[in-house]
Design a protein around this ligand. Structure first.
Ligand code: M6R
Length: 363
């Protein structure tokens, strides 16, 4: 059932181009129009979105926050479920509550959902199982079509959540009249390019494995990302700590000098997830700050950005060029592969890491 792979995690990483294709087929028509139905959700009447989730699902929600705000001009609050439920936050009128959960059974997420029942204008969930408690108790359950995910470390569910969110964001943007038809068509085309780009990223596996073996020799690892790539830094760090037990921290690149730079030394690699964008120059100066302190930078980026770094970087992984919208989905792959190969190098139990359960149904 591992289809020739040594671990479910690697099988599930490799499945991602197919999963993304499936999500796109479910939510886009062949003519390029959006086919996602969200009964009684009127984005022109939504004034604010509240996203709640745990772990990797939370990081998917965090990317969605950047997207909803940027593309659909909708303000988003995001919380981890365990904080949200006990804080008892007020939900202003017009709040759309969105819950994200692969299992659909996460106790804190379910409790948070129950708290918003009757307070939110509508409860939408992104789930992998239509029969789950979270799906059943939402007004609208949107399947992420990832298929069964066995590995405790979530991979394909993350990219499936992101792809589902991307379509939802485009739907919101066009309904709200803040995105014209040409721009929308361009973004849909970008999404359609994604499976091919993901296959390309998966083919960089050997190079990532070599780098991961080096990274696995350190005790601490920093991950940096900016804007929509910040949640990917958090996800990369989570994945690495879950399965390789290396200590990893994800930070927004701009936060580096507000504390984490104190950790930088020659034994602490800093993984920078940064495709070329308008803020890349700022990322270059963050990398220089790390290098000036003897830190080793692993830059995961595209050829244009790598050429613009000016050298001094410890290692680079060259990713294919990708349209901005799909970058966070694409860059999940090197983050996952890095964690996978670091775990292999450490000899840990990749699919069943210590102390962790696939579904956290207790608080
Ligand atoms: O089933 P859920 O999506 O609600 O699970 C949430 C987290 O427990 C989960 O994403 C966890 O962080 C994973 N082990 C991450 O790889």
């Amino acid at each position: 059932e591992k289809a020739g792979y040594k671990h479910f995690m690697m099988k599930e990483i490799a499945e991602q181009p197919t999963v993304v294709d499936r999500v796109l087929d479910a939510y886009l028509d062949a003519d390029g129009s959006i086919a996602m139905t969200l009964p009684d959700v009127d984005f022109t009447k939504v004034s604010r979105i509240s996203i709640v989730a745990c772990g990797t699902a939370y990081y998917a929600g965090l990317v969605a926050k950047y997207w909803f705000e940027h593309y659909a001009r909708l303000p988003v609050d995001i919380d981890v479920a365990s904080e949200f439920r006990y804080r008892e936050p007020p939900l202003p009128e017009g709040t759309l509550a969105v819950y994200v959960s692969q299992s659909g059974e996460t106790a804190d997420t379910l409790a948070a959902l129950r708290y918003t029942d009757g307070k939110a204008s509508r409860i939408v969930s992104l789930v992998n199982s239509a029969e789950s408690s979270i799906a059943r108790e939402s007004d609208v359950a949107v399947p992420i079509h990832a298929g069964v995910e066995v590995s405790v470390a979530s991979t394909k569910a993350f990219t499936a959540m992101l792809t589902t969110f991307a379509v939802m964001v485009l739907k919101a943007a066009s309904e709200r009249g803040v995105m014209d038809a040409d721009t929308l068509a361009g973004h849909i085309q970008s999404l359609r390019q994604l499976p091919g780009l993901m296959s390309h990223a998966i083919s960089i596996d050997g190079e990532l494995a070599r780098t991961a073996r080096k990274v696995a020799q350190s005790r601490d690892v920093l991950f940096l990302g900016r804007g929509q790539m910040f949640p990917l830094a958090l996800e990369g760090a989570l994945k690495l700590k879950e399965i390789s037990y290396l200590h990893a921290e994800g930070y927004a690149s701009g936060e580096l000098k507000h504390g984490p730079i104190a950790l930088v030394d020659k034994n602490t690699p800093t993984v920078v997830l940064a495709p070329h964008d308008g803020l890349f120059e700022k990322t270059v100066s963050n990398m220089q700050e790390v290098m000036a302190r003897g830190g080793r930078v692993l830059l995961i980026s595209d050829a244009k950005a790598i050429a613009a770094t000016g050298g001094g970087v410890w290692r680079t992984i060259t990713m294919p060029d990708a349209p901005e919208l799909v970058q966070p989905i694409l860059y999940a792959i090197p983050a996952q592969l890095l964690a996978y190969h670091a775990a292999i190098a450490k000899g840990t139990d990749v699919d069943q890491p210590r102390n962790l359960a696939k579904s956290v149904t207790v608080e």
